[in-house]
Design a protein around this ligand. Structure first.
Ligand SMILES: *[C@@H]1O[C@H](CO)[C@@H](O)[C@H](O)[C@H]1NC(C)=O
Ligand SMILES: *[C@@H]1O[C@H](CO)[C@@H](O)[C@H](O)[C@H]1NC(C)=O
Ligand SMILES: *[C@@H]1O[C@H](CO)[C@@H](O)[C@H](O)[C@H]1NC(C)=O
Ligand SMILES: *[C@@H]1O[C@H](CO)[C@@H](O)[C@H](O)[C@H]1NC(C)=O
Length: 416
């Protein structure tokens, strides 16, 4: 791709030169002067400035334009643009060579309306500062945007990082005046290993630039730079509500839900891991890709077993890339084994105790009711319970007896 555009670019230049030389005789223009690159201290945000060539100052018939070419160290390609301005700002990885070229372009009355570009360019190459402990830069830098809620970036130390080193993470994006330090470092064994950004602290669809630098007793550590857009770093939480049932004798229906959050539902896709254990004990594994949170599968033999796990990510219609979530727990049909294993032996004991307690209470209540009913009949079956109760309460009866009668009241209600 880069080669193609380079070839195209050269062809265009040849064509322009040819047209220029044919129609505009010996018309030439000098390259710009005073090319300067100013580092604004925003993690590689550089302001490039230049002036028109001195030979052009007497020419007033047409305004010069400029062709700027620079090597984009984050995309690893040359970028070309044309501008009438004398300044341009862009982001470089300052730990790499910054390579810039500028040409002058004339087009208008002064050139008989033919475009003329300077044959030579003005160029500059900035070398990164060679200070710092060699090979002590941060490695394996990665950022994960968990469920589109909080962003977590982490890195590892290289083997040559001095043990006394203290690493820092700075970040910058175009809405910030200056680079800002990590709001909350993640520590591992007292050493900074990452940074956590709370919800909504970084904008989506915006280039964010990160720098990990540091200091040590042996001197400063070499800084490393990274650039990303956070919506391309999403790792969804695994689906957690799995429902598996037979819809008929021949079909198995599986559907699931992702945990509620701010993920747009139309951006999700899933992968289902289907483990099939045949009647003969033979296991086969199958992965199914789906854009809807449900699947219907044929199933034939009741002595077979189907188990499913599912994971999720954002699809390529919504973001350039995303991470797969972890796998969900497994759900099976028939799910007998599953239930036993998830409840565990302790849970089973606890539920047995609860059943026994409930049965004892029921037996006690029923026998009390029966006893109370028999007593009532003896003392006078015509009397209503409601009229009997206040009398009993006014008498100097023990609390125990009143309790029994209130129990009786409930029993007659139930019987009637
Ligand atoms: C522009 O073209 C005209 C005729 O085609 C020619 O006489 C004139 O010298 C040209 N001007 C320049 C600046 O080349
Ligand atoms: C372009 O640069 C080369 C060498 O760098 C020089 O010999 C040549 O004269 C320059 N051409 C112009 C038009 O300035
Ligand atoms: C790390 O980078 C930040 C931002 O450019 C800067 O302010 C800080 O002084 C640097 N720290 C070290 C130890 O180089
Ligand atoms: C299921 O498979 C077993 C062994 O393959 C077979 O004996 C049984 O008849 C099958 N049952 C049904 C309902 O197809």
């Amino acid at each position: 791709m880069a080669n193609k555009s380079n070839v195209l670019h050269s062809l265009m230049l040849i064509f322009i030169t040819w047209r220029g030389s044919k129609r505009c005789c010996a018309m030439t223009v000098d390259p710009p002067e005073d090319l300067a690159v100013l580092d604004s201290g925003r993690l590689g945000q550089m302001q490039i400035t230049w002036n028109p060539p001195g030979s052009l100052t007497k020419m007033t018939k047409c305004l010069p334009q400029y062709q700027l070419e620079y090597f984009n160290t984050y995309k690893n390609n040359w970028e070309t643009l044309r501008t009438p301005m004398r300044t341009y700002s862009t982001q470089f990885d300052p730990s790499k060579d910054v390579h810039i070229r500028v040409y002058t372009i004339l087009n208008g009355e002064c050139t008989n309306n033919t475009m003329v570009m300077s044959k030579n360019c003005t160029e500059t190459i900035l070398k990164p500062p060679s200070t710092g402990v060699l090979d002590a830069e941060a490695e394996a830098f990665i950022c994960v945007y968990h469920n589109m809620e909080n962003l977590e970036c982490s890195w590892t130390r290289s083997l040559k990082t001095p043990p006394s080193a203290l690493q820092n993470l700075y970040f910058w994006h175009k809405s910030l005046d200056q680079a800002v330090e990590c709001p909350s470092y993640l520590l591992s064994g007292g050493i900074r290993k990452g940074c956590n950004f709370p919800e909504k602290s970084l904008p989506e669809f915006t280039d964010i630039y990160f720098c990990v630098n540091g200091s040590s007793r042996d001197g400063p550590l070499k800084a490393t730079f990274f650039s990303l857009q956070i919506q391309n770093q999403v790792k969804v939480t695994a689906p957690d509500k799995l429902h598996l049932q037979t819809s008929s004798d021949t079909e198995l229906e599986f559907h699931w839900e992702n945990p509620a959050g701010r993920l747009p539902a139309h951006c999700l896709e899933w992968e289902v891991r289907h483990r099939h254990v045949g009647a003969d004990g033979k296991i086969s594994l199958n992965h199914i890709h789906t854009e809807k949170p449900r699947l219907t599968l044929p199933f034939s033999n009741s002595s077979e077993r189907n188990c499913f796990q599912v994971r999720s990510r954002l699809n390529s219609y919504c973001v350039d890339q995303s991470f797969w979530s972890d796998w969900s727990h497994e759900t099976c049909h028939p799910d007998l084994e599953n239930r036993e294993s998830t409840l565990g032996p302790e849970m089973n004991f606890v539920s047995i105790y609860i059943y026994i307690a409930v049965v004892i209470i029921v037996i006690l209540v029923v026998s009390l009711c029966v006893w109370a009913a028999v007593n009532m009949r003896k003392s006078g079956p015509q009397k209503k319970v409601d009229s009997l109760l206040p009398k009993l309460l006014t008498n100097n009866l023990t609390r125990r007896v009143s309790k029994i009668y209130s129990g009786k009241k409930i029993c007659t209600d139930v019987v009637v």
